[in-house]
Design a protein around this ligand. Sequence first.
Ligand SMILES: CC(C)(COP(=O)(O)OP(=O)(O)OC[C@H]1O[C@@H](n2cnc3c(N)ncnc32)[C@H](O)[C@@H]1O)[C@@H](O)C(=O)NCCC(=O)NCCS
Ligand SMILES: Nc1ncnc2c1ncn2[C@@H]1O[C@H](COP(=O)(O)OP(=O)(O)OP(=O)(O)O)[C@@H](O)[C@H]1O
Length: 200
Amino acid sequence: MIVLGLTGSVGMGKSTTAALFRAAGAAVHDADRSVHALYRGRAVPLIEAAFPDAVADGAVDRARLGAIVLGDDAAMKRLEAIVHPLVREEEAAFLAGASAAGRRVAVLDVPLLLETGRGRAVDAVVVVTADPAVQRARVLARPGMDEARFAAILARQMPDAEKRRRAHFLIDTGHGMAFAERAVAAILRAVAPIRTRCGG
Ligand SMILES: CC(C)(COP(=O)(O)OP(=O)(O)OC[C@H]1O[C@@H](n2cnc3c(N)ncnc32)[C@H](O)[C@@H]1O)[C@@H](O)C(=O)NCCC(=O)NCCS
Ligand SMILES: Nc1ncnc2c1ncn2[C@@H]1O[C@H](COP(=O)(O)OP(=O)(O)OP(=O)(O)O)[C@@H](O)[C@H]1O
């Protein structure tokens, strides 16, 4: 099984591109979704112990937690030390399941893949990118987002230019869905060519 790491900075189109990989037949795991599920489950007591104000009604309130950690490096590091090992466990279980099910390609959608040095743990790194103006417009259009929150997230992420340098495959999501769909199909053909009887 080939394991692709899908990454890119905030608003560059990871989730959208992950959905294209899924539609094209790859098994996909989404780290952000996994974090959100953990915040309704086994991470709750751990987060409550570290950030009591972030938990309400038995679940982690992400808006409250974001207000506490975004812009406070030490707090974010404490949060990451709690959350990242749990996400890695979920990813390992997902990969084991995908492999046992005979999947040919698995995609790990991980926002901080390169920041955490995990680019080396996958077979190839796919980076989604877009013009900074496109990224900015997309992110600021989200509910609850503002300049300060956007700046705090960006400050914690490796610059897009550096991510692009480290990519094995690059998808510019500023050219529309059809372009991205073709790029995904091309990547899948490159890493897992379908064997035909003629081609051997
Ligand atoms: C700070 C939190 C509470 C904000 O939650 P919220 O629902 O508002 O945002 P969401 O999770 O959808 O993330 C928004 C954007 O920020 C990025 N981001 C999230 N955490 C981080 C981080 N630690 N460093 C840099 N970027 C991050 C996400 O990938 C995404 O691009 C949440 O992102 C969080 O708990 N982060 C810590 C866990 C983490 O590192 N997650 C990244 C994937 S493992
Ligand atoms: N190929 C594309 N063509 C047109 N629009 C796109 C494309 N890819 C993504 N978008 C748009 O960009 C926005 C951000 O995309 P998405 O939510 O997938 O980003 P993301 O990288 O997962 O974001 P985050 O890391 O912040 O969660 C969405 O509004 C989406 O519709």
